[in-house]
Ligand binder design. Structure first.
Ligand code: 13P
Length: 260
């Protein structure tokens, strides 16, 4: 079985001013322990306007930088959109696609998200595809099928040889920003199901290499238990990623989970 290096992302969403963003990035970069960095990949997802500053700041460090979203188009008359090549030119190596605040908040469809995934990997970015059920879907007992469908639709047409460019973030919508995280056991069950589906869609060796991270109210106090689950390969962190000390504690938890 492949050992998957944990990955912790800090999704700053629409937070931070220019100086605050730089200070936060510097605090994380400066304090990141070399040993943790070897055992855990770390990616910051700042707002677009700060990307190139933070990209420069992180360029000589192990910290990666990513976009919170990417266009499905190469270039042209698409007001307000940001292309994969613009992200690459700003120092990004990764992008989120399909975060619930876009999928559900802005009504982005599975077919649009699939086009974004394919465009981003075609241009050389790594993609973290976000999936997750809403509360009503969970209460109706449909979580697994909803998430399975989002994964299958998001990855449609993605070739096996490109799967190494993909990671998945399971973020149950009811857990985002609510202080109410999925239990470690529930997260593990969903991650296991996602991996089983990837095995069917691709094959077992490819599926076992895909990192599936959990997001939704991860904090230093619950990170150890969540990351200890065998199919949970790190986290996508919102609120706690805006506090360098809390974010570093979460990175430490992920790095330690890979050592056990
Ligand atoms: P919180 O960690 O604030 O719940 O946000 C999770 C998230 O949406 C990360 O993308």
């Amino acid at each position: 079985m492949d050992a998957r290096q944990p990955l912790v992302g800090g999704n700053w969403k629409m937070n931070t001013g220019p100086e605050e963003a730089l200070e936060l990035a510097r605090a994380i970069i400066d304090a990141l322990d070399a040993d943790w960095a070897q055992r855990c990949d770390v990616c910051l997802f700042p707002p677009f306007p700060w990307l190139s500053h933070i990209g420069r700041e992180a360029s000589d460090s192990p910290v990666l930088v990513g976009g919170q979203d990417v266009s499905d188009k190469i270039s042209g008359a698409y007001t307000g959109q940001v292309s994969a090549s613009m992200l690459l030119n700003s120092g990004c190596t990764m992008t989120l696609v399909g975060h619930s605040e876009r999928r559900h908040g802005l009504g982005e469809s599975d077919s649009l998200l699939n086009a974004k995934v394919r465009q981003a990997i075609a241009e050389g970015l790594q993609v973290m595809l976000c999936v997750g059920e809403q509360l009503a879907e969970r209460e109706a007992g449909h979580s697994e099928e909803v998430v399975a469908q989002q994964v299958a639709a998001g990855l449609e047409g993605v070739l096996k040889e490109d799967l190494s460019r993909i990671s998945l973030a399971y973020e149950p919508v009811w857990a985002i920003g609510t202080g109410r995280n999925a239990s470690p056991e529930d997260a593990q069950a969903m991650h296991r199901r996602i991996r089983a589906d990837l095995e069917k869609q691709y094959d077992a060796p490819s599926a076992s290499g895909v990192r599936i991270v959990y997001g939704g109210s991860v904090k230093p106090s619950n990170a150890d238990d969540i990351f200890a689950q065998p199919d949970v390969d790190g986290g996508l962190i919102g609120g706690a990623s805006l506090d360098a000390e809390a974010f570093l504690a979460i990175i430490q938890a992920a790095a330690s989970s890979s050592a056990s």
